[in-house]
Every structure is written in C-alpha cells, then in structure tokens.
Write a protein that binds this ligand. Structure first.
Ligand SMILES: [Zn+2]
Length: 231
C-alpha cells in the first residue's frame, strides 16, 4: 500500500489490510498483535537468532491504530490512568503542561510510530526492567545484533545527539527499511491541522509534535535530509 495520511496517522484496522499480518502467538504476550508483513518476516529471523543465543524476546506491543492510541492518551489526559504516578486531571495543570507530561513516554494519537506496523515493544515498558540482569542481557543482545535484521532503537538516550522527544525507550525497536520511508513522508504529508479528534489535540503545534517528537529520534532512524543541524 502506498504511504498516505491514513497509514501515517493509524486511521485503519490492521486486520483489514492485506500487507499486515497477525504475529504468531509464540512470539508475543497475547493473541491479536499485528505487524506489517515486511517487519514481521524480519522480526521472526531476529527472534529466532536471539533464541539460539539464549535470549528470550517477547513482543508486548505492536501495531496500535489511532483509536487505540486515543484511548491511551485520553486516559492519561483525564486521569483514568496515572502518568508517572499522578492523576493529571487533579493537578491544576495547563493543557500544555498536561501534554508535555504525557509526551514523556506516550505519543499523541496520529503521531505514534506504533501506527505504522514497523515498530514494536519487547519484554517490558518499565525502565527498571532494563537494569535487571535479564534486561541488561536483552538490551545488549539487541544493541549488538538488531541492525543485521534491519531493526534499530529510535528513542535512544537523551543527549546532544537527540535533544528532543520521548525519554529513552530500551524496549522500542523499529524496522528501518520501511519505517525510514514513513518517517520521510510524515512531515511532507501531515500538518498540525491533521491533529483532530482527541482531548488536548490543540496543543500539538505548541508542543512541536512533528519536529520534536515524530522527528526527535535517533539519527540512524532519520532520512539523511532530516538529520539535525549542528550535531
Ligand atoms: Zn513503543
């Protein structure tokens, strides 16, 4: 399928697309996970290689469409789920402050890489897991081997090399041969007027969601013409 607004903003159901497929249950925590078939085929090889090296990987999040991301976002916005232990609806925050706190780890609906079918989360979305013996081994294996299979970590540690965007996510990996094309298309096809249909949508432009979050990723995950200047 051609890269268009519908795909980039997750306004589809992955089970209705012929270029997406359900991930075999033995690779995931539960049934019902989907990936783009190109990403899935590469991931199967990666996961098999990890297993041969004694490293157990499990997909715990994969494709999430707009509606799914809207539920995650609005539950945080309205305090139904806590954000960093706090109910954001009870703190007297401005809309911009609310948005900024959620954006530490969660994407605005329409701007998540999880919409694309190219990105997945493994094992645990708790940073503490990656300080355990098992978590350290998993991350080390991925850091050394994922690129052979086309995968890279978009949300690396925050530094001068990646000044903006989400906090580091050692669990989140992306299938670059496809996701780099979607990343390149995003700022060409999506504008702030496309951020519609969820609580807090009118903070997208002030938060610079496109420049700082969609494109606030590791340099290896960015097309060359979008590399940050002076880094
Ligand atoms: Zn993720």
């Amino acid at each position: 399928m051609e890269i268009n607004k519908t795909w980039l903003t997750g306004r589809f159901n992955p089970n209705e697309r012929s270029d997406f497929a359900e991930i075999p249950i033995e690779l995931c925590d539960e049934a019902g996970h989907f990936l783009h078939v190109e990403a899935l085929n590469a991931w199967k090889e990666l996961q098999h290689a990890a297993q041969e090296d004694g490293v157990q990987l499990q997909i715990i999040s994969s494709t999430r469409n707009f509606d799914r991301q809207k539920r995650i976002w609005e539950n945080k916005w309205n305090g139904i789920t806590l954000t960093n232990g706090e109910n954001l609806s009870m703190l007297g925050l401005s809309d911009l402050e609310r948005s900024q706190r959620i954006l530490k780890y969660s994407a605005m609906p329409g701007s998540s890489r999880h919409h694309w079918g190219t990105d997945l989360d493994i094992n645990s979305v708790e940073p503490e897991y990656f300080t355990t013996h098992e978590g350290i081994n998993v991350y080390e294996w991925m850091s050394n081997n994922a690129k052979q299979f086309g995968f890279a970590q978009p949300y690396t540690s925050k530094s001068m090399k990646r000044r903006f965007g989400y906090e580091e996510e050692k669990w989140h990996w992306s299938f670059l041969p496809l996701s780099i094309r979607l990343t390149a298309a995003y700022p060409k096809l999506i504008n702030y007027i496309d951020f519609l249909g969820f609580d807090g949508n009118d903070t997208a432009e002030a938060m610079r969601v496109i420049d700082h979050y969609v494109l606030g990723i590791s340099k290896v995950c960015l097309p060359e013409d979008l590399w940050p200047k002076n880094v």
